[in-house]
Design a protein around this ligand. Structure first.
Ligand SMILES: [Zn+2]
Length: 435
């Protein structure tokens, strides 16, 4: 293919910042490009001559035409190769990325495509784990997910960043986190990230974008890719939204617009931005959890969840059922009246009216009542409290709210394991009474 440029007319390509590009060659994949239909047909004819000279056969069914244009393609435009009409398509997968035409977002189908691939791979990974080792704890499962699935979701993220379809990628990630905790799909995302100490994929993709931007800036002038960057840069300066706008926005969001203005970013800058992005994400997540108006489901969670990390109980409770029960309980993915009462419409129940129906105390059936108050669980509670008395200073003299916080936020493995067991056993007792 090395002499292909001798055949292709290099006066009919597309103008990229004063560099005319008529074709892009990657291994045996060839793209011909032109700004006019006539120009493209000329290139196709020249390619035909090249192919006959070297006895190469080009598959007309695999070769497609794409028109990048906001207007519709005129119906009478036809492109031929070796007397076969080539199909005009609106989407094409090139080097693993789906490109779409006729749109402001040429990666608008790519997120969905990667998400679907990642979902299939997740399913295969889960089956493999189930059939080989049976069960991995959440820390080990996350490690597997990061090694096997995240690379699919990260594919070409530095280039496709900013596409509206990328929210599909985070959906796969978040669904997996909820699957690990065995919580309901409607569980607060903030609580799920905080419980597992996870950042969104977007946080990571921003860093990938900055690293790619750094590589672009360091490329010598004259390379086609540098021309393409300069073109995007000048379009962005005249208020056209494109990839450069996204880079600029990432920097503005961390108060580092001067880096954009200087068009220079060091490794040290990137490391500092990574820390800032993480700090901001943690702060926003914890503030969101604190905000009872926006997250009424997290009214108990916010009392004991103050740090952002993979919780101890996820590795120290070895009984899977106990661990799941505790996960559900902590993030309010349970069926205590405080939660189920929100769906009562006839009459509509305010939180203070969602009373426990398993005792006569007239108390709201919330997490606090479940752990400290409801007489239905008094035998289980005696065992748990005995352990708390031995491991929490002045447990007897604490008021109810402080007892609840101390138990739920304890880092003591004996308390954590017994709490998991308590929650699991008490929910079983409760479900027997509901029948
Ligand atoms: Zn009760």
């Amino acid at each position: 293919m090395s002499d292909i440029n001798e055949y292709l007319d290099n006066s009919t390509g597309i103008d990229v910042n004063d560099l005319l590009i008529a074709y892009i060659l990657f291994a045996d994949d060839l793209i011909l490009c032109s700004e006019t239909p006539e120009g493209l047909q000329t290139l196709l004819n020249q390619l035909q001559i090249f192919c006959s000279k070297w006895h190469l056969i080009l598959s007309p069914t695999k070769s497609k035409i794409m028109v990048f244009n906001k207007r519709k393609v005129a119906k009478n435009v036809v492109f031929t190769f070796n007397n076969s009409v080539l199909e005009i398509v609106f989407e094409y997968k090139y080097l693993g990325v789906i490109f779409s035409s006729n749109t402001n977002d040429c990666f608008k189908k790519n997120g969905e495509h990667l998400a679907s691939k990642a979902r299939k791979a997740t399913f295969a990974l889960n089956s493999y784990i189930k059939n080989s080792v049976g069960y991995l704890n959440p820390r080990q499962s996350l490690h597997m997910f990061d090694k096997q699935i995240v690379p699919i979701l990260d594919y070409a993220c530095d280039v496709t960043y900013g596409s509206t379809s990328n929210y599909e990628l985070e959906k796969v990630h978040l669904n997996y986190l909820k699957y690990l905790l065995c919580v309901k799909p409607c569980t607060s995302s903030k609580a799920v990230y905080a419980e597992l100490g996870r950042f969104t994929l977007e946080t990571k993709h921003k860093i990938q974008v900055l690293k790619y931007w750094q590589r672009l800036l360091n490329m010598p002038d004259g390379t086609p890719i540098k021309h393409a960057y300069n073109e995007l840069f000048s379009l962005q300066s005249s208020r056209h939204r494109n990839w450069c706008s996204f880079v600029k926005q990432i920097l503005i969001d961390v108060d580092m617009e001067d880096i954009w203005l200087n068009q220079d970013i060091s490794d040290k800058n990137i490391r500092a931005i990574k820390c800032l992005l993480h700090e901001n994400f943690i702060r926003d997540t914890l503030t969101g959890i604190e905000d009872s108006e926006k997250s009424p489901k997290l009214r108990s969670y916010k009392l004991f969840k103050t740090d952002f990390r993979l919780e101890n109980y996820l590795s120290c409770i070895r009984n899977r059922s106990h661990q799941i029960a505790l996960s559900k309980f902590r993030v309010s993915s349970h069926n205590l009246r405080i939660e189920t009462g929100r769906y009562d419409r006839n009459p509509k129940l305010e939180p203070h009216e969602r009373l426990c129906i398993y005792c006569t105390s007239n108390c709201v059936e919330d997490e606090n009542h479940f752990i400290l108050g409801c007489p239905l669980y008094k035998n289980q509670r005696r065992l748990l409290f005995n352990i708390c008395k031995r491991n929490i200073d002045n447990f007897d003299s604490l008021n109810d709210e402080n007892r609840f916080i101390k138990i739920m936020s304890s880092k003591n493995e004996i308390i954590i394991r017994n709490l998991g067991k308590y929650v699991y056993n008490c929910f079983n007792i409760r479900s027997k009474y509901s029948r």
